[in-house]
Design a protein around this ligand. Structure first.
Ligand code: CTP
Length: 319
């Protein structure tokens, strides 16, 4: 059904109206979706007024030195220091420099992906972004394997790899990273305090085993800029999720953006239960109480952009 290859040819665009973000329904129609190139170009241009994802995707080596003090973005009164090891893993140029792709997939972690058979379709994109080192091998038929960029919140080290406390977990972590060969590993190390040790353990393993990944550490202004962009468009998001951060940044590198695994609801459109993550046992209470995210609001916003053809949300099965 859903074919990521060319959906419209040049010149078939709809009119370049401003995007509307304020539709309240989450109903999606996918049968008659066509790419709205001019709207997507306009969104890219507007986002570039707030920040440049090519630059802000990572702090670069030249801009600071080991020992420098960093204030956490969400906990301004708390600080950390740039360690020698973290400094060694800072890129010297943006890992996304001059990268432009026609068709990109961003894969969120919702259980909606289970039994979707979307793996081969996802693997056929030019560039695939994934979130929080979500496992792929065991779920390849539904989520694919290809990964060009993957994020790793410090909390993942604890939640998915038991704080790397034993040889077995360290090996599992390394195994996951080895599967990434050559991809960008995006580590938001300075968002919230509490994760510094976890980042250090992960970094030490990467250096020790010379894992073939391009590490990136988002600039300190990225989050405010992303929030600023959405606020200016009347979308009040306090803490954008990883998925929304990735969409906002991908507009810079990708022409057509397709989202999979974005479904922050405990039931599908037929009322069948949907897991919070496709790969673990976290439940939706996690988002409603403990998490600072507003995923359903984000989803409504993305749905609205889907209806206008600026992006495509895939929430059904692919076979
Ligand atoms: N997502 C979704 N519906 C879900 C789960 C996830 O739409 N049921 C999307 C969100 O955009 C999310 C992304 O998939 O950011 C990746 O999922 P996850 O790893 O849970 O990301 P975060 O919630 O941002 O990470 P954290 O819990 O560490 O803050």
């Amino acid at each position: 059904k859903a074919n990521p290859k060319p959906l419209v040819s040049e010149g078939e665009d709809k009119s370049p109206a401003s995007p509307s973000y304020s539709n309240n329904t989450t109903k999606l129609s996918s049968d008659n979706w066509t790419f709205n190139r001019s709207l997507s170009n306009l969104i890219r241009k507007n986002i570039l007024r707030f920040f440049d994802p090519e630059r802000d995707i990572s702090i670069l080596k030249g801009t600071l030195k080991p020992g420098d003090v960093i204030h956490y973005i969400f906990d301004r009164q708390s600080t950390t220091n740039i360690s020698e090891n973290l400094y060694r893993l800072l890129p010297t140029v943006s890992p996304m420099k001059n990268q432009h792709h026609r068709h990109c997939a961003i894969v969120g972690n919702s259980g909606i992906l289970l039994n979707s058979s979307c793996g081969p379709e996802i693997d056929s994109y030019d560039f695939v972004i994934r979130c929080n080192l979500a496992p792929v091998e065991e779920y390849a038929g539904d989520v694919g394997r290809r990964t060009n960029l993957v994020t790793m919140n410090p909390s993942v080290v604890q939640r998915a790899f038991q704080d790397l406390a034993s040889e077995e977990w360290r090996e599992r972590f390394l195994q996951r990273l080895r599967g990434l060969s050559g991809s960008v590993l995006w580590i938001p190390a300075f968002m919230a305090k509490g994760g510094e040790e976890r980042v250090e353990w992960a970094i030490r393993l990467i250096l020790l085993h010379t894992v073939d990944v391009h590490t990136a550490f988002p600039s300190l202004r990225l989050l405010h800029a992303v929030r600023g962009y959405w606020l200016t468009n009347n979308v009040q998001i306090k803490r954008p999720t990883t998925g929304l951060l990735m969409y906002t940044m991908a507009t810079r590198f990708c022409e057509e953006i397709h989202l999979y695994g974005f479904w922050p609801f405990p039931q599908d459109s037929q009322g069948k239960p949907v897991k919070y993550h496709y790969y673990d046992t976290l439940t939706y209470t996690y988002t409603s109480h403990a998490s600072p995210h507003t995923m359903p609001l984000e989803f409504r916003t993305l749905s609205s952009l889907h209806r206008q053809g600026a992006l495509r949300l895939h929430t059904g099965s692919c076979d």
